[in-house]
Design a protein around this ligand. Structure first.
Ligand code: APR
Ligand code: PHB
Length: 389
């Protein structure tokens, strides 16, 4: 089989870049390890930057998002029993849109189907070959048979545990990582959200987040220790713990109900440099992971897609190779800035077991400063709505 661009991984990164390249007349094949149902069953964050929404529109998948997404012009920060609002619109003239990543992935699969594009699911044993030569190809096993795709370029969109990043030799690749000493326990419940806008809460018992998918579906998180297990958390225990970490007003009006999903995720910051090696480009979680506190994971994947799609489209138009050779530097510049913001949100809002009372008071002082300083609020707002591409 031959294609122009072979995309490894059919998550949001792979699907979106596939769509944009297709619209520019470039042939793509996506190979995905899991079934489509599995990919669509994953529950991830749901806050989209303005730039992300624009990219989705550019890819022709913005209609349902425009109809069903919820525009949020601000968010609340809570600490020491109080909460205050950061007005994104006021500081940046921009908003964010609440729209589940699961919905977005479904929209992208629909668009790929309508365009009749090739997506091969349930592949095993993916190997990248001749990545630094002109005879690049990918092999994999499907239904017991080995198959081979020859291509001009490979895009590694296969997430943190994929095969693309480890293909870059260790002498070339440098990885930067911080693993945080806690996780997030998240639940989805068919209850009305406690607040029209998100609440990020610092508390000495640990961080809490009130988020949502729509008027009838809420998403809540509490910080847990790393060795905690979902089985230790009955719904009753979860709701009690969440209420204890929120200021009185949201805690009193919180509507509780049975959870329809409950899971624990660890938190890490991770960046791989470079994001290109020969004919291979890394995009999204394959190259970097942010802790979810700033809601940047998907948005960063989309900014990678922005830089790489523009570069490949310019290459196929016969323009110079400068843009593709500059992809890694360009993407990493924004990745580091968004990682800094996610790290700052995480360190400011979570309880760090080793920081003690001094650390807790420092965090409260930082949040009190944020409450009283327009400059500090503008910094948060500018980063939260997304730095420009
Ligand atoms: N071969 C083929 N596919 C693979 C392989 C492999 N060896 N390894 C992993 N995959 C697939 C996974 O099954 C998954 O569907 O690659 C896909 C990667 O998708 P994601 O992990 O969702 O990563 P990405 O598409 O970069 O999405 C960006 O933003 O909100 C964050 O982490 C969140 O997924 C989100 C990300
Ligand atoms: C979510 O709704 O799942 C969500 C929202 C904001 C975050 C992280 C997760 O920062």
């Amino acid at each position: 089989m031959r294609t122009e661009v072979c995309i490894i991984g059919g998550g949001p990164s792979g699907l979106l870049i596939g769509q944009l390249l297709h619209r520019a007349g470039i042939a793509t094949t996506i190979i995905e390890r899991q079934s489509r149902e599995h990919v669509l069953g994953r529950i991830r964050a749901g806050v989209l930057e303005n730039g992300t929404c624009n990219m989705l529109e550019e890819a022709g998948v913005g209609d349902r998002l425009a109809r069903e997404g919820f525009e949020h012009e601000g968010a609340f920060i809570a600490a020491a029993g109080r909460k205050f609002r950061i007005d994104f619109k006021h500081y940046t003239k921009k908003n964010v849109t609440v729209y589940g990543q699961t919905e977005l992935t479904a929209d992208l699969y629909c668009a790929r189907d309508s365009a009749g594009l090739n997506t091969i699911h349930n592949v095993e044993g993916v190997i990248l070959h001749e990545v630094t030569s002109d005879t690049t190809y990918v092999t994999f096993v499907k239904d017991g048979y080995e198959q081979r795709i020859e291509c001009d370029f490979i895009i590694g969109c296969d997430g943190f545990h994929g095969v693309s990043r480890p293909t870059i030799p260790t002498g070339v690749r440098k990885e930067f990582e911080q693993v945080y000493p806690f996780g997030w326990l998240g639940i989805l419940s068919e209850t009305p959200p406690v607040s029209e806008e998100l609440i990020y809460a610092n508390h000495e018992r640990g961080f809490a987040l009130c988020s949502m998918r729509n008027e009838k579906l809420s998403r809540y998180y509490v910080q847990t220790s790393l060795n905690d297990k979902v089985e230790h958390w009955s719904d009753k225990r979860f709701w009690e713990e969440l209420k204890r970490r929120l200021p009185e007003e949201p805690a009193d009006i919180l509507v509780t109900g049975p959870s329809i999903e409950k899971s624990i995720a660890p938190l890490r910051s991770f960046i791989c440099e470079p994001m290109q090696w020969g004919k291979l480009f890394l995009v999204g979680d394959a190259a970097h992971i942010v802790p979810p506190t700033g809601a940047k994971g998907l948005n960063l994947a989309v900014s990678d897609v922005h830089y790489l799609s523009k570069a490949l489209i310019s290459f196929y138009k016969g323009e110079e190779k400068y843009m593709i050779n500059n992809y890694s530097a360009k993407a990493l510049e924004r990745v580091w800035k968004a990682s800094r913001f996610s790290w700052w949100m995480t360190t400011t809002l979570h309880h760090f077991p080793d920081y003690g009372d001094f650390g807790q008071r420092m965090q409260e002082a930082e949040i009190a400063y944020l409450e009283g300083s327009r400059a500090a609020q503008a910094v948060l707002a500018e980063n939260y709505v997304g730095l420009p591409y």
